[in-house]
Design a protein around this ligand. Structure first.
Ligand code: HEC
Ligand code: HEC
Ligand code: HEC
Ligand code: HEC
Ligand code: HEC
Ligand code: HEC
Length: 276
C-alpha cells in the first residue's frame, strides 16, 4: 500500500511539473512578468509555517528520499532543478544527516519524528537522561536499546511499523537476564540497571515517558529501600551484606564509587555491570 501511495505521489509531482514547466516558458516568451510563487511543488514547500511544507510531505511518503533525488540529484546538490537541498540541510550528508528527521543535540529525540520535545511523550521519553549520563551513571549509547543503522536506507531502519524498534543489546552483560520493553505501556522490565542484579530490588518496572523521572532514580529504588530515612539506609542492599548497617562506612569498601557522604564520585563505575 505504501508503495502505491509513493508511486502516485511521484506521478502527481511529475504531472504537475509537466503542466507547469511549459506554462512558465510560454509566459516568459510572451514577456509577461513571471509569477514568483508558481512552482513544481506549490506555494510554501520551503516554508516551515506552511501546511504545504516539504517535511510533512516527506513524512507522509514514509521518508522515501529517492522521490526527491530523481530531480534534485542523488547528492541533493540540485540536479536539473538547480535547487540544492544542502543550502538549508548543511550538515554532513545533507537531508540524510542523522539529525534531520529526529534529534537535535544528538540523533536521539527530542525532537521526535513529529517535532515533539516533551519528555512525557513516548517518542521523546528518557532519551537524553540515558544518553548524556549524569550524576548516577555513565552515558548509555543508542546501541544498548536499538539496532543503529549505518545509513538512512539501512535495512530495518525506516520500515512499515509506525514506532521505533526497541531491543536490548544481548551481547552486553547488563542485559543477559531477560530484559524486555513493553511498547503498549512504554515500560521496561527486568533491566539490570534498574534493579535486576544480585542484591538489587529485582524486577522493577520503569516507565519511559515518565512524568516524574526523578522518582525513577531516587536512592533506594534500584537497590535498598527508598522509604528509609538516611541515604545509607536507602542504598543498603536488601540482601547480601551481613555486617551491621549502623557501623559500616560504605565508602571503605566502595571507595571507587562513593565518598563518605554516599555521593557518587565516579558515575562510570556505578551501574557499569560490576561491583567496585
Ligand atoms: C519532478 C521533479 C521534482 C521532484 C520529484 C522534486 N522536486 Fe523539489 N523542486 C523541483 C524544481 C524544478 C524546483 C525549483 C523551483 C520550483 O519549481 O519550486 C524545486 C524546488 C524545491 C524546493 C525549494 C523551493 C523553494 O521555494 O525554495 C524544495 C524545498 C524542494 N524542491 C523539495 C523537494 C522534496 C523534499 C522532494 C521530494 C519529496 C522534491 N523536492 C522532489 C523539482 C522537483
Ligand atoms: C529553504 C530551506 C530548505 C530546503 C531548500 C530544503 N529543506 Fe528540508 N527542511 C527544512 C526545514 C527548516 C526542515 C524542518 C527541520 C526541523 O523541523 O527541524 C526540513 C525538514 C526536512 C526533512 C525532515 C522531515 C521530518 O519529518 O522531520 C527532510 C527529510 C527534508 N527536509 C528533506 C529535504 C530534501 C530532500 C530537500 C531537497 C529536495 C530539502 N529538504 C530542501 C528546510 C529546507
Ligand atoms: C535506554 C534505551 C534507549 C536508548 C539508549 C536510546 N533509545 Fe531511542 N527509544 C527508546 C524507547 C523506549 C523509545 C520509544 C519506543 C516506542 O515508541 O515505544 C525510543 C524511540 C526512538 C525513536 C522514535 C521516536 C518517535 O518519534 O517515535 C527514535 C528515532 C530513536 N529512539 C532514536 C534513538 C537514537 C538515535 C539513539 C541514540 C543516539 C537512541 N534512540 C537511544 C529507548 C532508547
Ligand atoms: C529521512 C528521515 C530519517 C533520517 C535522515 C534518519 N532517520 Fe532514523 N528514523 C527515522 C524513522 C522514520 C524512524 C522510525 C523507525 C521505524 O520506522 O521503525 C527512525 C528510527 C531510528 C532509530 C530507532 C530504531 C529503529 O530503527 O526503529 C534509530 C536508532 C535511528 N533512527 C538512527 C538513525 C541514524 C543513526 C541516522 C543517520 C545514519 C538516522 N537515523 C537518520 C527517520 C530517519
Ligand atoms: C566490608 C565491605 C563492604 C561494606 C562496608 C559495604 N559493602 Fe557493599 N558490597 C561489598 C561486597 C563485597 C559486595 C559484592 C557482594 C557480592 O558479590 O555478593 C557489595 C555489593 C554492594 C552492592 C551491589 C548489590 C549487592 O548486594 O551485591 C551495593 C548496592 C552495595 N554493596 C552498597 C553498599 C552500601 C550502601 C553500603 C553502606 C551501607 C555498603 N555497600 C557497604 C562490600 C561492602
Ligand atoms: C538507576 C538505578 C540505581 C540507583 C538509583 C542507584 N543505584 Fe547504586 N547501583 C545500581 C546498580 C545496577 C549497581 C550494581 C553494581 C554496578 O553495576 O555498578 C549499584 C551498585 C551500587 C554500589 C556498589 C558499588 C558499585 O560497584 O557500584 C554502591 C555503593 C551504590 N550503588 C550506591 C548508590 C547510592 C548511594 C545511590 C543513591 C544516591 C544509588 N546507588 C542509586 C543501580 C542504582
Amino acid at each position: 500500500m505504501g508503495t502505491s501511495i509513493m508511486k502516485s505521489s511521484v506521478i502527481s509531482v511529475i504531472m504537475l511539473a509537466a503542466v507547469l514547466l511549459p506554462a512558465c516558458s510560454e509566459l516568459q516568451e510572451e514577456k509577461v512578468p513571471t509569477e514568483a510563487t508558481i512552482s513544481v511543488h506549490g506555494k510554501g514547500f520551503a516554508d516551515a509555517s506552511s501546511a504545504n511544507f516539504h517535511a510533512a510531505y516527506v513524512r507522509n511518503a514514509n521518508y522515501d528520499l529517492t522521490l526527491c533525488q530523481s530531480c534534485h540529484a542523488k547528492d541533493y546538490s540540485g540536479g536539473t532543478t538547480g535547487q540544492s537541498c544542502n543550502t538549508c540541510h548543511s550538515k554532513p550528508n545533507g537531508p540524510e544527516n542523522c539529525t534531520t528527521c529526529h534529534g537535535s543535540v544528538n540523533a536521539a529525540p527530542p525532537n521526535d519524528l513529529v517535532g515533539n520535545s516533551a519528555t512525557t511523550i513516548r517518542g521523546v521519553g528518557a532519551h537524553q537522561k540515558h544518553l548524556l549520563g549524569g550524576t548516577l551513571g555513565a552515558p548509555v549509547p543508542c546501541g544498548t536499546c536499538h539496532v543503529v543503522p549505518a545509513t538512512v536506507t539501512a535495512a530495518g531502519h525506516i520500515d512499515a511499523t509506525a514506532n521505533a524498534e526497541v531491543r536490548f543489546d544481548s551481547t552486553s552483560a547488563l542485559f543477559a537476564v531477560g530484559s524486555s520493553y513493553d511498547a503498549a505501556g512504554t515500560s521496561c522490565s527486568n533491566t539490570y540497571c534498574h534493579g535486576n542484579f544480585q542484591g538489587g530490588n529485582g524486577n522493577k518496572i520503569v516507565t519511559w515517558a515518565n512524568a516524574d523521572p526523578a522518582a525513577v532514580v531516587a536512592c533506594g529504588t534500584c537497590h535498598g529501600d527508598v522509604t528509609k530515612a538516611t541515604k545509607k539506609e536507602k542504598a543498603y542492599p536488601v540482601t547480601g551484606h551481613t555486617f551491621a548497617l549502623v557501623t559500616s562506612d560504605c565508602s571503605t569498601c566502595h571507595a571507587d564509587v562513593i565518598n563518605a557522604n554516599l555521593d557518587i564520585i565516579n558515575p562510570s563505575k556505578h551501574i557499569n555491570g560490576r561491583i567496585n
